[in-house]
Design a binder for this molecule. Structure first.
Ligand SMILES: [Zn+2]
Length: 347
């Protein structure tokens, strides 16, 4: 990984790079597709773009890279993922097929994450970084769990992300499932990581306290998490990933998941609500005042279904929700300043 970073960043930092013969896709508010264009990179930043011949004439001394007319576009953002899931690819669950999502949690994910050491966590992040780079994803929002290797796990992931030269937003997944000591250790790992002083240029953001889901957190635990969150932070939590989350919330509180989380101060403009698959609209709109991480890859792994966003237009679901509040994992999305700082901002 280290040698890969040297190859990519050092020539750029030393001498402007002109990527020629590219088809530029700009995205943004006014998406443009510009064939026959060139893009100039100066000190790892975009230093200009324009028609190919014009840019070549203007910057004859630049180092050049011929894009071969391929697409050149901003890096993708993966809005919700689990790096340790790299170990579950192609893994079959022994015995009968799982009957539903809670069964998958019990028989796959909660067995896998308990087996992880900090070194395993590091290795899974390395695998993920390779795939991200290969697929043009440069920013990842991760949700990590390793109940038997909690302390320091976020630092191990951060080291890998920084070595890879990518950007990430990291948190540790807190839940009641392994008892009060693990709950406290999870909260402590998040708070320690958020508060750890790091140079402002480092590309890992420390803003979120990770929560598994409403279904694995008591009222007291939600309150403990809210009380522990450092000022300026937010939460990253699975919301209504499966109907069991809604039924559990109704049983615990008489309200659906979004309302329960609202009541405990978990959702807000700095929080990420992942999935939101089930009919949250009747229990409040999870996207109105917060960000929704909506990962298609999870549909493949969990078979929970798709959010209404993917099933087609449904005004009752996302009416009034600015597009940039939806951040599609493994797809492009713009993340505004409330969630992630602009590039180069403090972590
Ligand atoms: Zn998830």
């Amino acid at each position: 990984m280290a040698s890969g970073r040297e190859l990519v960043t050092e020539p750029m930092a030393n001498k402007p790079l002109l990527i020629t013969n590219a088809t530029l896709v700009t995205w943004g508010d006014e998406n443009r597709i510009l064939p026959g264009h060139a893009l100039r990179v100066v000190d790892d930043r975009i230093g200009g773009l324009g028609p190919d011949a014009e840019m070549r004439a203007r910057y004859p001394e630049d180092k050049t890279l011929d894009a071969g007319a391929q697409l050149l576009m901003p890096g993708n953002i993966c809005a919700h993922t689990h790096f340790y899931g790299a170990f579950a690819r192609g893994m079959a669950i022994p015995g009968d097929s799982p009957k539903d999502f809670p069964d998958i949690l019990e028989r796959l994910w909660w067995k896998l994450d308990k087996a992880l050491s900090v070194e395993d966590v590091r290795a899974s992040a390395e695998i993920f970084m390779v795939d991200a780079i290969r697929n043009g994803t440069t920013t990842l929002i991760d949700h990590h769990a390793s109940p038997n290797a909690i302390a320091g796990s976020l630092d191990a992931i951060a080291d890998v992300v920084e070595t890879a030269g990518l950007r990430a937003c990291l948190c540790y997944e807190v839940s009641d499932r392994d008892g009060p000591d693990k709950l406290k250790a999870g909260i402590d790992e998040n708070v320690r990581f958020i508060r750890r002083s790091v140079p402002s240029a480092r590309p890992v953001w420390r803003r979120h306290l990770g929560l598994h889901a409403s279904l694995s957190l008591s009222d007291a635990s939600l309150e403990a998490c809210r009380a522990a969150l450092p000022e300026g932070g937010g939460f990253h939590i699975h919301v209504a990933e499966h109907e069991s989350d809604e039924y559990d919330s109704l049983k615990r509180s008489g309200t659906r998941v979004v309302d329960r989380l609202q009541r405990h101060g978990i959702l807000g403009p700095r929080s990420i609500a992942a999935h939101c698959v089930r009919g949250c609209a009747r229990g409040g709109d999870p996207g109105r005042d917060r960000h929704v991480g909506d990962p298609p890859t999870a549909f493949k792994y969990e078979q929970c279904g798709r959010s209404r966003r993917h099933r087609g237009p449904d005004p009752s679901w996302h009416q009034g929700l600015p597009w940039h509040r939806w951040v599609l994992a493994c797809d492009v999305g713009r993340v505004e300043g409330g969630l992630l700082p602009a590039q180069g901002g403090s972590p």
